[in-house]
Ligand binder design. Structure first.
Ligand code: ATP
Length: 364
């Protein structure tokens, strides 16, 4: 069992609380992504697990073994860094063999393991070359091959794709996913790229200011963000947020917004009516707003500000009363700035956020 357990771990640098009392479990063969903005503590947490940083408090377990006080080389981890860290003076073969030589493995075993890793990464043809003779993507493959060739219990990756250009990054992302599914390694992967996190992770731990705010599946992090920050950080465009006042009129809960009134379903209404402060933010994603050319029941009148054709769909910025919202339409939807359209919010997809705390609320 190659489970990673982080218990109550804290790491400070002077006054900076880089990692603040974090608990995290990565199950055997799970692929977990640490996601968050720059400086939130992702790399520090990964380095604590790798043993490259000493923790101030807490314990770290890898495969049930308490490794907190062990040096990196005794933790049975393999790491892939952003800058690849391949050795320029060694051939691809020797680069991949590097960790195995450090472990004093027999020659035959090294050869076999290098061959196997090279095959998985499709770099068999490159084993005699030097890194200077490789493309960025090939160099990255060598770094990954070197990591998986050793006897590691867990794989730790720190932004391994961020030095690649956009197209290659996309290609390598799919390739990494295939590879990691194949080798079934327990993996902890750091990125600040939300698309990468959504596409790769079995689960995502969203971090901010040294803490984990939400630890859940990509779908839940996207559809049911735990708070305002996550709703705004994940998704392109970010979630729209409308200011709302909760009122009860004739026994029915209604949310007044600068763009019009919204009538939540009864379970949501009951939840909203229990709020101490009746102020909410109505979170709704661009793809959960239907755009209609004519008035319709429950649709709110809005004016087109900007139309951005994106090939697969259009992104339209609309003025909805006092609020601006972004909506997605099909690529052939015709709209002009200044035009009036009607917007219907998918009521089941609204993320209701308590304004006082920024926390999202979901009915039971
Ligand atoms: P990025 O995506 O930019 O790499 P990150 O989320 O990985 O960011 P960390 O590198 O873990 O963030 O840094 C967390 C905080 O700790 C930051 O405020 C950073 O400046 C600080 N920090 C990290 N390493 C050190 C160090 N060796 N000395 C002092 N402060 C540090």
């Amino acid at each position: 069992m190659a489970e990673i357990q982080v218990k109550n771990v804290r790491k400070t640098f002077g006054k900076v609380k880089a990692v603040w009392d974090i608990d995290l479990t990565v199950h055997d063969r799970e692929f977990v992504v640490l996601l968050g903005p720059s400086g939130c503590g992702k790399t520090t947490l990964l380095r604590c697990i790798a043993g490259l940083e000493q923790v101030d408090q807490g314990r770290i377990y890898i495969g049930q073994r308490d490794v907190t006080d062990l040096p990196p080389k005794q933790r049975q981890i393999a790491m892939v860094f952003q800058n690849y860290a391949v050795f320029p003076h060694l051939t691809v073969f020797e680069n991949v063999a590097f960790g195995l030589r450090m472990q004093h493995k027999p020659k035959d075993e090294i050869k076999k393991r290098v061959q196997d890793a090279a095959e998985l990464l499709h770099i068999e043809e490159l084993l005699d070359r030097y890194p200077a003779q490789l493309s960025g993507g090939q160099r990255q493959r060598v770094a990954v091959a070197r990591a998986i060739a050793v006897d590691a219990l867990v794989l730790l990756m720190d932004e391994p794709l961020s030095n690649l250009d956009a197209l290659l990054r996309l290609e390598m992302r799919a390739e990494l996913k295939r590879l990691l599914q194949e080798i079934e390694a327990t993996t902890l992967y750091v990125t600040h790229d939300q698309v990468e996190a959504l596409s790769l992770g079995d689960r995502i731990a969203v971090m901010r200011s040294g803490q984990i705010l939400q630890y859940d599946t990509p779908l839940n992090v996207y559809d049911k963000p735990a708070d305002l920050f996550i709703g705004g950080f994940i998704g392109n465009p970010p979630m729209n947020f409308l200011d709302g006042e909760v009122r009860t009129e004739d026994g029915q809960v209604v949310v007044h917004t600068g763009g019009g009134d919204i009538y939540p379903p009864p379970d949501v209404g009951a939840m909203l009516s229990r709020l101490k402060e009746p102020s909410v933010l109505v979170g709704i994603r661009a793809e959960n707003i239907e755009t209609l050319p004519a008035p319709a029941e429950g649709a709110l009148q809005a004016e087109v500000l900007v139309v951005e054709p994106l090939g697969s769909h259009n992104l339209i910025t609309m003025q909805l009363g006092t609020e601006q919202v972004k909506v997605n339409t099909s690529a052939d939807f015709k709209a002009q700035p200044g035009q009036t359209l009607w917007l219907r919010l998918n009521i089941d997809k609204i993320c209701w956020i308590e304004k006082a705390t920024g926390r999202a609320m979901y009915p039971d």
